[in-house]
Design a protein around this ligand. Structure first.
Ligand SMILES: Cc1ncc(COP(=O)(O)O)c(C=O)c1O
Length: 440
């Protein structure tokens, strides 16, 4: 590593969501990735316990994806997505539509989860405006929610540290989160707490349903540390939204394409939203891409406009929406998703993952263990004032032991690739145990 590190100007690159000063004093550089491992700059194999950032879930370095990207780069590097298109955009939209739950029928492409969140918010408001009800504009998120870092998603999100210093973003309000004291150390879906959803009805009645556009939640909150919705909670949200004619948006950027041990949170919990946001596994992380999928009712509202035939129905989109390289990667990723039975692989490994993770109970500092599918988190008791300090230390200790470990807030988070084997889960939990025990 010394050799590579010495060639780099560490000051030029302002790293995102990073402790730049700490990293640059002690860089962790990855130079290759294959299956469940990174190779670091010292040539060490480092286990990837979070599938990158929950996005390379089908395993790193899939040759099918690499070949599709390379072929497309040589033949169709770019097509403007405004007023023009290329066939792969339609092919991928159809694939996605066939994979998401029935009732979600129309796919709008973005380049990230954050763009998907902001796109969904704009579609929701424009939908009501097109239906002649522009006063239905109020937006409701949930505490501890994460919807990326653009203005809309920052506003809708409910992790206080992500909102500090930025002034007023979008005006929103937040439902309570569903972390309930008595649910600590629950395996999978907690039994208690569906009634937390009822706060939505109170808020709607306070404000008047005719002022509320949409509610946005992650089915399982990932970034706040795998907060699994109590049984029946999402169904109640759906019923309340239906009763008051309010759109329900599921942010499945992290949940989607198998992470929860089912294709989507919507499928696992038997609740279909009006709008679903996607990204991450859509291309297996190989090219940035996101998507927003809507119901017929929403799409048709835009298409049934009285405006002239050539008029733009939704004044929204990105230079790189449906980029050919992203579509090529997405089509190859969806082939892998289906042909390699990615959801089944995740679901098959999930009980073992759950057992091994919960076997860590009793190790020092762990005050909760939560899991769903191949997502898990350990909540770490705060040392002193700063809840992030111990998780950060644990992640450093894991790196020293050959594992990339994500820390966020007062948790460390696990999301191994779906192609992981039981021995990888064993390694992951051994490293976790040793890393946690090494920290004061
Ligand atoms: C639920 C959810 N929404 C949105 C995002 C933002 O995605 P991106 O970082 O691609 O903008 C994330 C990223 O972790 C996420 O987990």
């Amino acid at each position: 590593m010394a050799d590579i590190a010495q060639t780099l100007d560490f000051d030029s690159y302002w790293m995102p969501f990073s402790g730049n000063r700490q990293f640059k004093a002690n860089p962790k550089l990855m130079v290759a990735a294959k299956d469940c491992h990174y190779t670091d700059a010292d040539g060490r194999q480092v286990f990837d316990s979070l599938s990158g950032l929950w996005c390379a879930s089908f395993g790193h370095g899939r040759p099918e994806i690499a070949e599709a990207i390379a072929k497309t780069a040589k033949t169709l590097d770019y097509v403007p997505p405004f007023q023009y298109a290329h066939p792969m955009a339609f092919e991928l939209a159809e694939r996605v539509k066939n994979i998401v739950p029935a009732g979600l029928e129309h796919v709008f492409f973005t380049n990230s989860g954050s763009e998907s969140a902001d796109t969904a918010i704009k579609i929701a408001r424009a939908y009501w405006a097109h239906r002649g009800r522009p006063e239905k504009a109020r937006l409701i998120g949930r505490e501890k929610g994460y919807h990326g870092v653009n203005v809309g998603g920052t506003g809708m999100g409910g992790i206080p540290g992500n909102k500090a210093f930025f002034g007023d973003m979008l005006t929103t309000e937040h439902l309570p989160h569903t972390l309930i004291e008595s649910n600590r150390f629950t395996r999978g879906v907690p039994e208690h707490g569906a009634e937390v959803a009822d706060v939505l009805e109170q808020r709607i009645l306070e404000h008047g349903a005719d002022t509320v556009a949409a509610v946005m939640v992650e089915p399982m909150s990932g970034s706040a540390g795998v907060i699994v919705p109590p049984a029946g909670y999402l169904k109640r949200l759906r019923e309340i939204c239906d009763r008051h004619d309010i759109l329900l948006i599921f942010d499945e950027v992290l949940n989607g394409f198998g992470r929860v041990g089912a294709s989507f949170g919507a499928e696992l919990f038997g609740v279909t939203p009006d709008i679903m946001t996607l990204a991450k596994n859509l291309t297996n992380g190989a090219v940035p891409m996101g998507a927003v999928v809507t119901s017929d009712a929403i799409y048709d509202t835009f298409m049934d406009t009285e405006r002239p035939h050539h008029a733009v129905e939704l004044a929204h989109g990105y230079t790189y929406s449906a980029h050919p390289l992203a579509c090529a990667a997405g089509l190859a990723a969806m082939d892998i998703y289906e042909n390699d039975r990615m959801v089944e692989r995740a679901a098959e490994l999930a009980p073992y993952f759950e057992d091994q993770l919960h076997a860590l109970r009793g190790a020092p500092h762990i005050v909760d263990i939560r899991n769903l599918g191949l997502a898990g988190a350990l909540e770490i008791e705060t040392a002193g004032e700063d809840p992030t300090y111990r998780p950060w230390k644990i992640a450093q200790a894991a790196w020293d032991r050959g594992m990339y470990l994500r820390f966020g807030g007062n948790t460390v988070q696990l999301g191994p690739p779906f192609i992981a084997e039981r021995r990888d889960i064993d390694f992951m939990c051994e490293v976790l145990d040793a890393a946690i025990r090494s920290v004061d």
